[in-house]
Unconditional design. Sequence first.
Length: 154
Amino acid sequence: MKSAARTVAVNKHVSHDYAILERFEAGLALLGSEVKSVREGRVSLKESYAEVRNGEVFLVKCHISPYEAANIFNHEPLRNRKLLLHRREIKRLSGKVQERGLTLVPTRVLISDRGKVKLELALVRGKREYEKREALKKRDADREIRAEIKRRLR
């Protein structure tokens, strides 16, 4: 029986602050203490982003807490981590990121059914303030409609 991937961390602000254009799944090059810390769920994607440098993609400002049992062999919590993508994906992403207003933002960290740590990246464009307000209004209206339908079905 095949088990599904387990989500470890989610960046909830992405869908509110950005319009998601495309999603990618990438592997993460991690140290042993980082993998153990991620498995415990001690990772934060807040304020993190990805950037393309010299034909490679790096995850910047992602905080992975130090693993307590690793003592002197522990890792730097905010170090840049290399993302593992195919060369054609990197070329495509670097071309898109150079367009005005597009950026790469991590949406979630997951552990695959084979035990590998993966990162879901999104190619996004920033929303304007009025777009954010409209999205909130629409979400509230949808919630009220669902509640009214549920109430009438009783």
